[in-house]
Design a protein around this ligand. Structure first.
Ligand SMILES: Cc1cc2nc3c(=O)[nH]c(=O)nc-3n(C[C@H](O)[C@H](O)[C@H](O)COP(=O)(O)OP(=O)(O)OC[C@H]3O[C@@H](n4cnc5c(N)ncnc54)[C@H](O)[C@@H]3O)c2cc1C
Length: 406
């Protein structure tokens, strides 16, 4: 019997992307999202390497390019705002710190949602609270009280995936804290960024970033190194107090960013962590994107991995709709090397992101100045080439998909 009905948990990047491809291959798709509406916010995310091909094949590249962020490059600044190192977008042919296609996470999520909303059932403001699977399907109970049966369920619900918690085990088995926390939020455009992404390091492993976006606003990020903290993930005010305590005297533009933080409409705070899951499925339940493999913002490939993962998972399910276990196994086989390469932390790991001492901060600026020169250039180019470490199959040609939007 064919597995035709699929429930996806999470409507950010991986969820709508998977919904898009499954619908094209003839599946009936429902997406449940815990938030009452599509979540805005997040910094620019990169669409690198083969992920660009996936976006092309979805037919949404014109809109992605239209909405992408016009950044000239990234610059490290000191306490007084003086640039200590820069890297332009062209330095690595659009595959450097700032990729050729950078788009705000919220904008990409909106584009993927718009491409699927007419063909896919979206349930906002709800979540799965129980999964019971047997040979015939998966019985799902929702927090709203609804109960439904699906052939397959996929967790695309991020680092703290609810589906993973129900079908695989607790976060503590899969989520590895890398030693820092970070927040993202929107602030008024200071007007002097001149299309540069500014990054600042203060002693004590403290980080601030500010990058331009369209429409009179900019995206701020604040971070600090710390062992795991005990806090309520829903208590935004408390998270903001933690940040204010740690960063109040950090210098540069940080006091202004902290002052603007309570008014931000899209404050997001989390540990910098990786997710590693041995096998990405249990029976009829599978994982895609950050829920199954998250390299952390340090590797900058989370969105690309999600887009590619959604493409491969849907393609493999279409290849054997009567044998989901075989499809899930091929999905992981296809993705394994690409994900393993993408999960490797850049040289220096968390210390590269949040150096502690003044000496290490100066060395970070020095190494960024050296990046475009030999031999650092070769090392860095290798790091960015990971985004190409998979050859995409042409599933659409094999499966006579429905036309997009059909
Ligand atoms: C608001 C927000 C801001 C972000 N900002 C950045 C950023 O600035 N830089 C960066 O590198 N990465 C950021 N990320 C993470 C980034 O989107 C991912 O690393 C990457 O794009 C992979 O996406 P994903 O769809 O797998 O997971 P995510 O983008 O994490 O999306 C998971 C989705 O699942 C939903 N969800 C969670 N739990 C449940 C549940 N139990 N039931 C139903 N739905 C659930 C969430 O609300 C969210 O919409 C952000 C994520 C979010 C949600």
């Amino acid at each position: 019997m064919n597995d035709r009905t699929v429930l996806i948990s999470g409507a950010s990047i991986a969820g709508p992307a998977l919904a898009y491809w499954l619908h094209r291959y003839g599946f009936d798709v429902t997406v449940v999202e815990r938030s009452p509406a599509l979540r805005p916010g997040g910094h620019a995310v990169d669409v690198r390497g083969v992920a660009r091909d996936v976006v092309e094949r979805m037919g949404i590249m014109p809109r992605v390019r239209q909405d992408s962020v016009d950044e000239r490059g990234a610059a490290l600044v000191d306490r007084n705002g003086r640039r200590t190192a820069t890297m332009s977008v062209e330095a690595f042919g659009g595959e450097g710190i700032v990729a050729e296609i950078e788009i705000m996470r919220g904008d990409l999520s909106r584009i993927l949602y718009d491409a699927t909303r007419d063909d896919v059932e979206y349930l906002f403001g709800d979540r799965i609270v129980r999964l019971g699977q047997n040979e015939a399907g998966v019985d799902v109970d929702f927090a709203s009280g609804a109960a439904r049966r699906f052939d397959l369920v996929v967790g695309a619900d991020g680092v703290h995936s609810g589906v993973r918690g129900l079908a695989f085990g607790p976060d503590s088995d899969y989520v590895r804290h890398l030693g820092a926390y970070t927040a993202y939020f929107t602030v008024p455009d200071p007007g002097d960024l001149d299309s540069w992404f500014l990054m600042y390091n203060a002693p004590g492993g403290r980080v601030a970033m500010l990058r331009p976006e369209r429409g009179g606003t900019a995206k701020a990020s604040l971070g600090f190194t710390s062992p795991p903290l005990d806090y309520d993930r829903r208590d935004v005010r408390y998270q903001q107090r933690i940040l204010a305590d740690r960063l109040a005297d950090a210098g540069w533009r940080v006091p202004g960013l902290l002052a603007a933080m309570p008014d931000a409409p899209d404050f997001y705070f989390d540990a910098i962590c990786q997710v590693r899951v041995d096998r990405w499925w249990r029976g009829r339940v599978a994982l895609v994107g950050d829920a199954g493999y998250c390299g952390s913002p340090l590797v900058g490939l989370g969105t690309s991995m999600s887009l590619v993962g959604a493409y491969v998972l849907a393609g493999e399910l279409a290849s054997s709709p009567d044998d989901h276990e075989a499809a899930f196994a091929r999905y992981q086989d296809e993705m394994r090397d690409y994900v393993a390469a993408a999960m490797e932390l850049p040289p220096g790991g968390i210390n590269g992101y949040a150096p502690h001492s003044r000496l290490m901060i100066s060395l970070r600026a020095l190494s960024m100045r050296m990046m475009t020169r030999w031999p650092m250039r070769q090392l860095l180019a290798r790091q960015f080439q990971k985004s190409d470490a998979i050859v995409l199959r042409d599933y659409a040609a094999q499966h006579q998909p429905r036309h997009a939007g059909a």
